[in-house]
Ligand binder design. Structure first.
Ligand code: PGA
Length: 309
C-alpha cells in the first residue's frame, strides 16, 4: 500500500503528536479535550493514509513503530513552523501574542523560571512552554529544531549554532553544615580528590564539566552515588553520603537556611557560562527575539550569590 499524503490533515498530525509524546491514548485525549475513541479514530485514519502502522501496543504499553518515529519527527517540525507562523502573523496584527517555547538545562531552571515569569508579566498574551531537561536532551532538541530558544552551558562545536553567553555559572564544592572542612582555607586539590562525590547523571552538562576538570588536573574521580537531579544531590550531601559539586545557582535556599556550606578548595569554583542558543539561520519569532533581548538585559538580576566559605 502506498502513502497518500493528500489525505493527511494538520489535526490528525496534532492528535498523533499528542499520543506520541504521552505514549498513551488516554492521556493524549485528556490533553486535547477529546474522547479516547475520537483520538484512536484520528490515528487510525492517519495510519490508513500513511499505509503503515504508527504505534504498537505491547500489553498495556504503547510504543512508536519505526514509521511512527519518523512521522513524529516531521510532525513536531510542522507544529513548530505553524507556531512560528502564528507568532509572525500575531505580530503583523500588532498583537504581542503568540507562542514561546523555551528549553533549559536542569541547572538553569533555578533562574530561568524566574526570568520567564518576569517576561510573562509584561507579555500577558504570550503562551509560554518551558521544558526543563539535561544537556543531552537539549542537544536533541537543537538537532530537531523543536523549540525557539535553549539556555545551556557550553554549546557543542559540531553543530551550526548561534550562541551568546550572558552569565557566569560557577560550580562549587558543597558539604553538610557540620563537616570538619567547613571554614578551612584553600583545601588542596589532591586532598579533595580523595573524597567520594555525589554526582549528576551521564548526559548532564555539570557532570561533563566536572569530569573534564578532573582529567585536566590529572586526578581520579571517586563517585559515591549518581543522582538525576540537583535537588537529590543536595539532599544526599546533607545526609552525609559524600561531597557534591553543583552550580552556585542551585544553592540559594540551602545557603539561606545554613544546611549546606561551600568548601574553599584550590582551583574552585570552576567557572562556566550560560548561553542562549538556537540553530544558525533560524528565523526567530518576534516573541522569541523579545525574550532573547530580555535575557541579555535582565540576567544581571539573576546572578548567583557571592561566594561565602
Ligand atoms: P545540566 O546543565 O548539568 O543540568 O545538564 C548544565 C549545562 O548545560 O551545562
Amino acid at each position: 500500500m502506498k502513502t497518500n499524503f493528500k489525505n493527511i490533515t494538520f489535526r490528525q498530525l496534532k492528535v498523533f503528536s499528542a499520543v506520541a509524546s504521552h505514549l498513551s491514548y488516554t492521556r493524549a485525549a485528556q490533553a486535547l479535550h477529546l474522547t479516547q475513541p475520537a483520538v484512536s479514530m484520528q490515528v487510525r485514519q492517519l495510519e490508513d493514509s500513511i499505509g503503515l502502522p504508527l504505534f504498537e501496543q505491547l500489553g498495556r504499553k504503547v510504543f512508536l513503530t519505526e514509521s511512527g518515529k519518523e512521522l513524529y519527527r516531521y510532525s513536531r517540525q510542522i507544529e513548530l513552523i505553524f507556531n512560528e507562523m502564528d507568532s509572525v502573523f500575531s505580530a503583523l496584527h500588532g498583537l504581542e501574542s503568540g507562542i514561546l517555547t523555551v528549553s533549559v538545562a536542569t541547572t538553569a531552571s533555578y533562574f530561568a523560571t524566574r526570568l520567564l515569569a518576569e517576561f510573562a508579566r509584561s507579555h500577558a498574551k504570550v503562551q509560554i512552554t518551558l521544558d526543563v531537561t539535561n544537556r543531552e536532551n537539549l542537544l536533541g532538541q537543537l538537532e530537531d529544531n523543536s523549540c525557539d530558544l535553549v539556555i545551556m552551558g557550553r554549546p557543542p562545536e559540531e553543530m551550526e549554532l548561534e550562541s551568546v553567553p550572558f552569565m557566569e555559572n560557577p560550580l562549587v564544592i558543597i558539604a553538610p553544615a557540620g563537616h570538619p572542612w567547613v571554614g578551612r582555607e584553600r583545601i588542596a586539590l589532591d586532598e579533595m580528590a580523595e573524597q567520594a562525590f555525589v554526582v549528576r547523571e551521564q548526559g548532564s552538562g555539570t557532570r561533563g564539566a566536572i569530569e573534564r576538570f578532573f582529567v585536566n588536573h590529572d586526578l581520579r574521580f571517586k563517585t559515591a552515588m549518581e543522582l538525576g537531579s540537583n535537588d537529590a544531590i543536595k539532599q544526599a550531601v546533607i545526609a552525609g553520603l559524600g561531597l557534591g559539586i553543583v552550580s552556585l545557582h542551585t544553592l540559594e535556599l540551602e545557603m539561606e537556611t545554613g544546611r549546606l556550606a561551600l568548601l574553599n578548595v584550590e582551583n574552585f569554583p570552576i567557572i562556566r557560562h550560560w548561553f542562549v542558543v538556537h540553530r544558525r539561520g533560524k528565523r526567530l519569532s518576534p516573541i522569541a527575539e523579545a525574550f532573547k533581548g530580555f535575557i541579555f538585559a535582565e540576567a544581571k538580576r539573576f546572578e548567583p550569590l557571592a561566594l561565602v566559605f
